[in-house]
Write a protein that binds this ligand. Structure first.
Ligand SMILES: Nc1ncnc2c1ncn2[C@@H]1O[C@H](COP(=O)(O)OP(=O)(O)OP(=O)(O)O)[C@@H](O)[C@H]1O
Ligand SMILES: [Mg+2]
Length: 325
């Protein structure tokens, strides 16, 4: 039998539509069963969780866009999703939290602002090292505003449509007017810098100029988010086109602690002192690493049982993540 707290957490997360907490609790129940030697049940639970996750992903992806003209072309350019990430899922500094909340608040008051001839923030440049929450922020904004997320991979656009990329980019900006959504230009460095060589350089410059022009005259209700790891290489002209430039640094020790505390909520092995030690040891890692560390630990319990899943193992996982860069 799963602990009463876990059952309560399952029901609560289900009723609040909090998928990530629901799955985390279900995984914890599976791990607890494995620890009690109920391997078969643990396996069965794990499979149920995996199947359910797959189904959710399928549901959240709409294969076709409801646009009549150039439908096929758009499907190739934009990756559509309906994320379910919430702002409260993110571990953020007060400053970062405020910046995102501000965007959400202004977006929620579009009509009121327009009555005063004012416009909500909608063009964001997100910068910072990998795995620190840039893409997640785009997912959160999309979910919190209940509008879809479209991801545009500019590097793919340029290499696939040599000679035609400007026309394709224009199509994306036209779509913004028709469809209120979050448009995420991921890997933005692929046009924002002059790092590329060979015959793509001219094309990239043209795409950058076209992007500058389009973003300047954009008056749609959509949000435009560009994400980059290397803002220092970006063309100067880009910065003033955005309403906000938001930086995502690596998590601090305090934030790592908060993250682990939430993930290891029901794990009896991990008390406050262990959490402090784990957090110190993990300084320098990004959130994506922390996520993988927690998953590795849970998987280990499920597959090999508690004896093989000691704290020693957890520290080893952290070490191997740290030495992998
Ligand atoms: N602030 C955060 N709080 C909690 N989890 C986070 C946070 N930031 C990132 N994560 C976790 O790390 C994963 C990777 O983050 P994300 O994809 O947003 O990184 P990114 O900054 O876009 O990296 P890249 O530059 O490589 O694209 C997320 O899916 C999420 O699980
Ligand atoms: Mg990203």
């Amino acid at each position: 039998m799963a602990a009463a707290e876990q059952i309560k957490s399952l029901i609560k997360s289900f009723s609040e539509g909090d998928n990530s907490r629901f799955y985390a609790t279900a995984m914890q129940i599976a791990a607890a069963e494995a620890r009690k030697g109920h391997q078969e049940l643990a396996e069965e639970l794990k499979k149920l969780i995996q199947d359910s996750k797959k189904l959710k992903i399928k549901e959240s992806k709409i294969k076709r866009l409801a646009v009549n003209p150039a439908q096929k072309e758009l499907n190739d350019l934009l990756e559509f999703s309906r994320p379910d990430d919430k702002l409260k899922d993110m571990v953020l500094s007060m400053k970062l939290n405020k910046s995102i909340q501000r965007v959400l608040d202004e977006q929620c008051q579009i009509e009121k602002l327009r009555q005063h001839n004012l416009f909500p923030r909608k063009k964001l440049l997100l910068t910072g090292p990998p795995g620190c929450g840039k893409t997640m922020t785009a997912r959160v904004i999309s979910n919190e505003l209940s509008i879809p997320l479209f991801v545009i991979r500019l590097d793919g656009l340029i290499s696939r449509y040599m000679g035609e990329s400007i026309a394709k980019l224009r199509l994306v900006f036209d779509t913004m007017k028709e469809f209120r959504a979050v448009y995420l230009f991921d890997e933005f460095d692929s046009i924002g810098t002059n790092r590329s060589q060979g015959n793509e350089v001219g094309e990239i410059k043209r795409v950058l100029n076209s992007f500058l022009l389009q973003i300047e005259k954009d008056d749609s209700n959509s949000l435009i988010i560009a994400a980059t790891n290397i803002p220092e290489n970006l063309d100067e002209a880009l910065f003033r086109r955005f309403d906000d430039i938001i930086n995502y640094p690596l998590p601090t020790e305090e934030q790592i602690f908060k993250y682990y505390k939430r993930e290891f909520l029901n794990n009896k092995l991990i008390n406050n002192n262990v959490l402090i030690e784990l957090s110190k040891k993990s300084i320098g890692l990004n959130f994506s690493d922390l996520e993988k560390i927690c998953q590795d630990f849970l998987k280990n319990i499920i597959i090999y049982g508690e004896e093989e899943s000691s704290l020693e193992f957890l520290f080893e996982v952290i070490d191997s993540r740290k030495t992998s860069f």
